[in-house]
Design a protein around this ligand. Structure first.
Ligand SMILES: [Zn+2]
Length: 266
């Protein structure tokens, strides 16, 4: 079922600004340089908001777990860009060994290529969430129709394969535009960003990846890691594999309890 979409204050102000500019130009066409300047600044601000993954100006954006989860010292591990036939099974084993559940933001077309792996993620007690169908780097330039088609294709794929419709969506690299929130509302999805990320698609040095995640690590954090598209260590393995057991040890030492986004966000 779709949920209602309420334009954020900055979008409401943008609508008013565009209306005022149109009326102003009808009354005084000579003011067009002013109108172009004001609307250009407005569009620049909206574009900037879309390029900042943790910015909530365009709509609700989950960057930390809710207060109740913080009080329970919960954190969320989120793993993007899978499923990956080489890395994901080993990640599942590692999570199982620690008794930890995570949220896997899967790419629709990869899920279709590895449906059994997707089912395995859910069978082991984790959640599969929506990371788009094509994982296009041009996602933030899509219009509403193309954006909806991409997200809906992944949603259908993941729901059919796992039997559980994803509840959260994450855009490619977190980049989006003002069309995203109404599209997500129409699909009853919520945008999930992160508190801290490992840059583990570019950084293959485990110590540096761990240091990024552990700096300031605390209750309520949403950690972004990658089981797909992972950077490689010096000996050629996905950097997540040596990082994950050490990260789980750190979480346990700090008495932080990893949960899925679904579990911590009622
Ligand atoms: Zn991604």
């Amino acid at each position: 079922m779709p949920r209602p979409w309420h334009p954020s204050p900055i979008l409401q102000a943008s609508f008013v600004l565009h209306g005022a500019a149109a009326c102003g130009l009808l009354a005084a066409p000579g003011l067009w340089p002013w109108a172009v300047g004001v609307l250009g600044a407005n569009h620049a601000l909206l574009t900037l908001a879309g390029l900042l993954p943790r910015c909530a100006l365009l709509g609700p954006t989950l960057t930390r777990l809710p207060a109740a989860a913080v009080a329970r010292r919960q954190v969320a591990l989120t793993l993007d860009d899978g499923p990956d036939p080489e890395v994901t099974p080993r990640v599942l084993d590692c999570l199982d060994a620690a008794g930890v559940r995570a949220s896997f933001f899967c790419i629709g077309r990869r899920a279709r290529a590895h449906p059994a792996l997707c089912r395995e993620i859910v069978a082991r007690g984790h959640r599969v969430e929506n990371h788009g169908d094509a994982h296009s780097w041009a996602f933030a330039t899509f219009g509403p129709g193309r954006m909806r088609a991409d997200i809906a294709a992944a949603q259908d794929t993941l729901a059919q394969i796992t039997g559980q419709p994803p509840r959260f969506f994450r855009a490619t690299a977190g980049l989006r535009n003002p069309f995203l929130e109404p599209v997500l509302a129409s699909l009853d999805l919520s945008l999930a960003a992160w508190t801290r990320r490992a840059y583990d698609t570019r950084q293959g040095e485990p110590e540096q990846v761990l240091a990024r995640l552990e700096r300031g690590l605390g209750p309520g954090d949403i950690l972004l890691l990658h089981d797909g598209n992972a950077a490689r260590t010096g000996n050629g393995q996905a950097v997540l594999l040596p990082v994950l057991p050490r990260l789980l040890q750190q979480l346990a030492a700090r008495q932080l309890h990893p949960v899925t986004l679904q579990e911590s966000c009622p």
